[in-house]
Design a binder for this molecule. Structure first.
Ligand code: ATP
Ligand code: MG
Length: 203
């Protein structure tokens, strides 16, 4: 084909955006399930820079969230982590994330993975109307949230059920602050990273 100079067949790339403060097994199961069900070549985890919805609380340093995501995904050959959002100045908007990835992988197909809670917010996102031209959206079930297509543009969203993991980063942070374990909620290397960097401690 004329626009694929090196005989490169388009790859199917998942994009898993998140604050990942910290990354947990809910994120990893969702990404793994979508990878398999949609035959994705790769899922790229993209930790946000300054998340615009989360200005009310202190978010951990981007580098810590990036490194935890690297630690959590390193053993999976189909998972990778991108710095596009943490290296861009200012608030992170998904439209910028997808525009940057589109530029980086012009011949590939992008699939943006989002939990039911985030999917419900999509139409309120910055420049929402452009999002659906940049990627196909995949909404996944999340315990406590209702998964539906919220009248998003026809054909732009797929909804799938993933194994239910009632885990949130908010709960993981609260557990660490209260001295409770996060073993088995987050990967072992992330437990150790949290402790090494003394993240989420109240004192
Ligand atoms: P926080 O409590 O800080 O908001 P979180 O657990 O919601 O953290 P995020 O980094 O906000 O994690 O989420 C990134 C993406 O992963 C979002 O699309 C979110 O819906 C999805 N997600 C998070 N946890 C789960 C889960 N347990 N099951 C399915 N999807 C999830
Ligand atoms: Mg969240």
């Amino acid at each position: 084909e004329p626009d694929r100079p090196c005989g490169h067949t388009p790859r199917r790339l998942g994009v898993m955006g998140g604050t990942f403060d910290p990354v947990h097994h809910g994120h990893l199961v969702a990404a793994s399930e979508v990878q398999a069900r949609f035959h994705l070549d790769e899922v790229i985890f993209v930790p946000t820079g300054q998340p615009w919805q989360k200005t009310q609380r202190a978010v951990s340093a981007p580098e810590d969230r990036y490194l935890m995501t690297v630690v959590a995904t390193a053993s999976n050959p189909r998972f990778s982590v991108s710095r596009v959002d943490i290296d861009r100045q200012g608030a992170t908007y998904t439209v910028d994330t997808l525009t940057d990835l589109r530029r980086q992988y012009p011949d590939d197909e992008l699939f943006f993975i989002t939990g039911a809670d985030a999917l419900a917010q999509i139409l309120s996102w910055h420049r929402a109307d452009e999002l659906f031209d940049l990627a196909h959206f995949i909404g996944v079930t999340r315990p406590g949230f209702d998964l539906n297509d919220h009248h998003l543009p026809r054909g732009s969203v797929s909804l799938i059920e993933v194994p239910a993991m009632a885990i949130s980063s908010t709960d993981c942070r609260a557990r660490v602050a209260a001295g409770l374990p996060v073993w088995y909620l987050v990967p072992d290397g992330v437990v150790q990273y949290i402790s090494k960097r003394r993240l989420y401690r109240s004192c």
